[in-house]
Every structure is written in C-alpha cells, then in structure tokens.
Design a binder for this molecule. Sequence first.
Ligand SMILES: [Cu+2]
Length: 339
Amino acid sequence: MIRKRVLFTTIAVGASVLTTAAFVGENHPHQAVARTDFARTITPTTPDYLAKLPALDPAPVKEFRIPIKDATLQIAPGITYQGWTFGGTVPGPVLHVRQGDLVKVTVVNETPMPHSIDFHAARLPANVAYRAIMPKDSIQFEFTATDPGAFLVHCGTPPVLMHLMQGMYMAMIVDPRDGWGTRADQEFVLLQSEFYAKDAPGGALAQPDYAAAQEKEASQVVFNGRAFQYKDHPLHVNVGDRVRLFVVNAGPSLTSDFHIVGAIFNRVYPDGDPAHVLSDVQTYAVPAGGGAVFETVFDPKQSGEGLYAFVTHSFADAQKGAVGLIQVGTPKQFATMDH
Ligand SMILES: [Cu+2]
C-alpha cells in the first residue's frame, strides 16, 4: 500500500509538467514515468547557459517532448544570429537518464522546413527513427539507453553541416547503472560547437556563411552556445570539490582538445563509459560527434582556491571563444582578473 502511494506521487509530480496528450504509445502501468516537455522546461541562457547537469529522475521510463523552433541567439557578446534549435536554445536542453531506462521521444517540428533527430545514445534503424519530420509534423519513437556515456543528439537532415552550423544539437547524459564509481560534488555539461557567421554592421543579425563552414573557418568556437560566456560568468565550485564535466562536441567539424589550465584530470572516461577509464590525463580530445567525461579534484594542497581556465587546447579555436573559467572558492585575485 505504501509502495503504491509513493509510486502515485512520483507519477503525479512527473505529470504536472506534461502539457497535452501528445504522448501516445504503450503504457507501463507498473513503472513510474518522468515526463519532460521542453516547450515548458526551458534551459536558462542568461546571463549564461545553465551548465549544471539536471537532476536524474529515478523513474525508469523517461518521456521527452522536444519542439523544433527557430530562435534568435546571442552567439558572442554583441553578436546575434538566427538559429534553428531543439527547444528554443543552443545547445538544446540536456537529457539526463540512467543506463537501462526506456527513453520515449516525441519531436514536434514547429518550423517551416524539414528537420530530423539523431540520438547517438540509441541503437535504432536510422531510416525509421531519424526520418525527416515535415513542418507541423511530429515523430515518436523509443529506445532503451543500453550504453552509458556523454552523447550527442543532433539534426541529421542534409546538408547536415548546415543544420549543425545553425545550432541543432544537444547533449544526452546516460549515467552508468551503478554510477560513476566516485561521488562528484559538482557536475557540469559543456557542449562545444562552432558557428560560421558573417558579422553584420549596426547590430544587425550576423549572417550564415556556408562557404566558411565548408572550409572549417569558424567565426566562433563556443561552449554551450556563446563565445566566452563562462569567462564572464565562471562556474563556481568549492575548494576540495571533485568536479565532473560532461564534454560533448557537436562540431560540426572541429575537435575539442579539452584541458583545464592548472589541473590534471584524475580520470577521463572516453565516450563517457566507466569501462574506458584513463588516469591522470592532461588533455583529451573529443571528436566532433563524440563525448567524454572528465573528473578533477580541486584539492586544497594542490589545485586549491583560484581560477582555472577550461579550454580547447587548439588555441586558434580557444581564441574564438572556447575558453571559460572555473572559480574555486573565493580567490582574492578574481577582482583584478583581466577579462
Ligand atoms: Cu535540422
């Protein structure tokens, strides 16, 4: 009886964020369902894109409704751009599930052009699940998240290069069934991507430059959609914290040579799979379309109170915006740090 009541509460809480009867498909009467409608649950992007990993709902069935929307983005200080998005932000929202969860997806195309969705976390026939979603149409499918990791989700409509340069990507984090083996005090998701935009005079929208995209000549390389945002608004952690960073690289074309200045990664999990663990790593490359999980400890005797830049160590790209700061504790020098 008590079990039933607990279960009912979970469902009721989950259902409160459900807007419509947009979800169909089989029922799982004995399993709690967590429903998230990303038309309502919108990731904050001001003053900076919220990098904190969203909490993991314990329900073993996760339903996500993802609207595809056009949106005006700020891709760098003073530079706006008309993007194509999942959920109205670039990157789109983070999907957080546990290994073994049943993931049910509804994607609704609210734009005037065909798009699609491709989950790197799924093992599915691509021609069925990843087909074109026409304007005003939607698609539904489900898969079991069998593989733990930090995965890319993106639009796969040709030319994929164009749909990616426009912002159609997000991260999906699949926690290992038995956890990561260590307790993290802070968890952040950093999605690297690049824009190919021609500046327009007088504050007008920057224009897409597909020729530059074909030559890999990025105008901005960014973490979580905006150049230098975490340089201006550092990620805050405490002295002694073990920090876990889920780094996903959406590209479309550049590699992320991920590094933290002043720290060494105690562990790196290539692909985000604990079975792939590496120890004591300075820099680890995340390919376009890949992900990895990084852990470091801001030990008071070593990398203690202070400021630590996280970068792609490919510095032509870092200088275009792929640099941010982790502020450990409350260092005095922060007041005089040159931005
Ligand atoms: Cu698209």
